[in-house]
Design a protein around this ligand. Structure first.
Ligand SMILES: Cc1cc2nc3c(=O)[nH]c(=O)nc-3n(C[C@H](O)[C@H](O)[C@H](O)COP(=O)(O)OP(=O)(O)OC[C@H]3O[C@@H](n4cnc5c(N)ncnc54)[C@H](O)[C@@H]3O)c2cc1C
Length: 623
């Protein structure tokens, strides 16, 4: 019998239905399974319990994600997966990497249980529009961005008597300060008690000269003078800092534990903003500034996560949106850097675009970045935590040579994270750290002391407790071979082979290593002046390895020109009426072509927020 087209269609449809009902999508076997996926800071391990073909429970068993930033994802994603019976859940805004790690680990568990991921892929229903928030709101001062600068501005404006509305794009308040370590401050109660006697005037003059006089010296002076007041202000609001003094530097105020910060921010906002009739709206993204006929900024439009649109009328708007480091194209165009964004991915320059559109000037020095530590991406989680950090640790060790073919610096620069990043980026987004058999054998016998290390490498604080200088490096060859296998470095039996594998010019590289070894034998680095105590020969025996070391950009610096009252200026250097700028987007007035501060980011963020909020409130309440 010959079947016509319609009959074939019916047969096809029936077959599809039969296959679907009978289980094209295999159900997972009942039981509990565990899986691990990579989050923002490392591994996230979850367990998933299946019962009767359903996901009965998802638990996060182990993780090292940043407290505060990841909290919402760790709580909301497992319950969204269970309640929706789906892995197609929206990432928690601001905690995308953590959300994705949980989802990926759950997918792995479904696979292990013999289930079909497609059966758990229906889209979770969108959140219902929040009826409680009117579409039209008004405030004395609206603040855009809920990082430390926006929060400080909101609290300070409210304390000055203004009714404020703060809007934050993600679900999390605190921004990059939740990852940060410390800020500098002159003359705080803590600095005075610690006996620090650094000459403030010399500090200011050195800063100006080091930035080639291309900064706003009046803003710098006000900032430096006010840093200590800021840390006292925060202390009075419940923050506890630990002082740390380095020779010739103002006191570093180490922030409280990461996990304590969200509650401290919340307490500040509750005590000031909420009490004063203000509002904090998270999951709310500013989309444009509202201007009146005269060009004055009189409010902001925003979009909520549920899709609803808000109009906030305000007598002043403070921009605190943290810059554009999350916008790779924008960073590349502004700075020529195509490297790793170690800051907040959601900071894509929306605030700057809005402000420029409303008349703000784009600064002459636009493009500066907060270049910081060296990153080594090798993810060697099958080794112990100490072992899987070997490649990273060696990128902070001055005894080894750093090359982009040839050497480019005295490697003791790696002991200072900012200097290290800036000397590297001058070469491009990455460089190589050379490791030889001679180096590995010394590490395996005597640890870092075996290659002449006498100080802890300047590594991120969370990595430091994992090693001591004299711990022998067990399994070092296995770790470096795994690094190469993962594509995070190269190996060669000889220097020539390594050069070829790592795409370096062979003659340049071989000559560089040989001449360095000769300088080690002579005891003096005549090329870059590295201290002789760090001159450790790479030797001439293979295998040789190179580690790929990249530069970590903590954030963009600048984009708005401000004056000492934190008013945003236009091309004529006059204030754009009603518009203020705080946080890193206004930090460019203190630096020339790039950030070289020591705790300046945090000091400025809190100080500019505190002062900018008070200035805006004073101006609008005086009208
Ligand atoms: C890993 C890391 C470590 C650091 N360590 C130090 C340190 O030890 N010392 C130091 O001095 N500095 C450090 N810094 C730098 C310092 O943390 C930052 O300079 C500072 O926190 C920036 O604060 P901010 O408020 O200006 O911006 P952010 O903290 O970036 O806050 C901006 C906020 O605006 C929100 N936003 C963006 N767009 C919109 C929009 N359209 N609508 C609404 N909201 C929006 C973002 O979600 C974000 O929450 C570090 C930075 C990082 C990333």
């Amino acid at each position: 019998m010959k079947l016509n087209k319609r009959a074939w269609r019916v047969i096809g449809l029936c077959a599809f239905m039969v296959i679907g009902v009978c289980g094209l999508f295999a159900a997972p076997k009942s039981g509990t399974y565990t899986a691990t996926a990579t989050g923002r800071n490392g591994d996230v391990t979850v367990s998933v319990t299946f019962a009767d073909g359903r996901i009965a429970d998802v638990k996060v068993l182990n993780q090292s994600e940043t407290a505060g930033i990841s909290d919402n994802a760790l709580q909301q994603i497992p319950s969204a997966i269970v309640s929706g019976q789906t892995v197609s859940v929206d990432a928690v805004s601001g905690a995308t990497a953590t959300s994705e790690a949980i989802v990926n680990a759950v997918k792995d568990c479904i696979r292990q249980a013999g289930g079909d991921i497609a059966a758990f892929a229906k889209k979770a229903p969108a959140a219902k529009a929040s009826a409680a928030i009117p579409k039209d709101l008004s405030a004395d001062v609206a603040i855009v961005g809920g990082g430390a600068s926006g929060i400080s501005a909101a609290v300070s404006a409210a304390d000055s008597g203004a009714r404020v509305i703060l809007i934050e794009k993600t679900a999390t308040l605190g921004g990059a300060s939740l990852f940060s370590w410390a800020g500098f401050g002159f003359d705080s109660r803590l600095a005075k008690a610690s006996g620090n006697t650094v000459d403030k005037e010399k500090f200011i003059q050195d800063w100006i000269a080091n930035c080639h006089w291309r900064i706003d010296a009046a803003v710098l002076r006000r900032f430096v003078n006010e840093t200590g007041v800021t840390f006292d202000w925060l202390t009075d609001k419940g923050w506890k800092f630990v002082p740390l003094n380095f020779p010739g530097q103002p006191t570093m105020h180490m922030l409280p534990d990461y996990a304590e910060r969200p509650a401290l921010f919340k307490a500040m906002l509750d005590a000031s903003v909420a009490k004063n009739g203000g509002m904090i709206l998270t999951n709310t993204t500013a989309t444009s500034l509202i201007t009146d006929k005269s060009g004055a900024v009189v409010g902001v439009k925003a979009k909520r996560a549920d899709g609803s649109v808000l109009t906030i009328h305000a007598k002043a708007v403070i921009m605190a949106t943290g810059g554009y480091a999350g916008n790779r194209e924008m960073v590349k165009k502004a700075f020529g850097f195509d490297g790793v964004n170690g800051g907040l991915p959601q900071n894509v320059g929306e605030g700057l675009q809005m402000a420029w559109k409303a008349g703000a000037a784009k600064p002459q020095n636009f493009g500066a970045q907060m270049l910081h530590q060296t990153l080594v991406k090798a993810n060697l989680s099958k080794f112990s935590p100490f072992e899987n950090k070997y490649p990273l640790i060696l990128s902070y060790v001055p005894s080894l040579i750093n090359v982009t073919g040839a050497r480019f610096r005295s490697e003791d620069t790696v002991l200072d994270a900012v200097a290290s990043a800036n000397t590297s980026v001058f070469q491009g987004p990455y460089h190589y750290v050379v490791v030889s058999k001679t180096v590995i054998d010394a590490l395996m016998e005597k640890g870092l002391k075996g290659i002449g290390m006498d100080v802890d490498p300047a590594m991120p604080p969370e990595v430091k407790p994992q090693f001591t200088l004299d711990t022998p490096w067990n399994n070092a060859y296995e770790v470096f071979d795994a690094m190469v296998a993962g594509g995070w470095g190269y190996k060669g039996a000889t220097l020539e082979e390594l050069a070829r594998n790592a795409h370096m010019d062979t003659k340049t590289f071989v000559d560089t290593v040989k001449s360095y070894n000769a300088m080690c034998a002579a005891g003096a680095d005549t090329e870059f002046g590295k201290p002789s105590k760090y001159m450790f020969s790479e030797g001439d025996e293979g295998p040789f390895y190179v580690i790929i070391a990249e530069i970590n950009n903590l954030g963009s610096v600048g984009g708005l020109v401000i004056n000492t009252k934190f008013q945003v200026l236009n091309d004529k250097r006059l204030p754009v009426s009603g518009l203020y700028g705080v946080g890193v987007e206004s930090l460019g007035v203190l630096f020339n072509d790039t950030y070289v501060g020591f705790g300046a980011g945090i000091a400025w963020t809190f100080t500019s927020g505190r002062l900018g909020g008070a200035e805006a409130a004073k101006a609008v309440l005086a009208r």
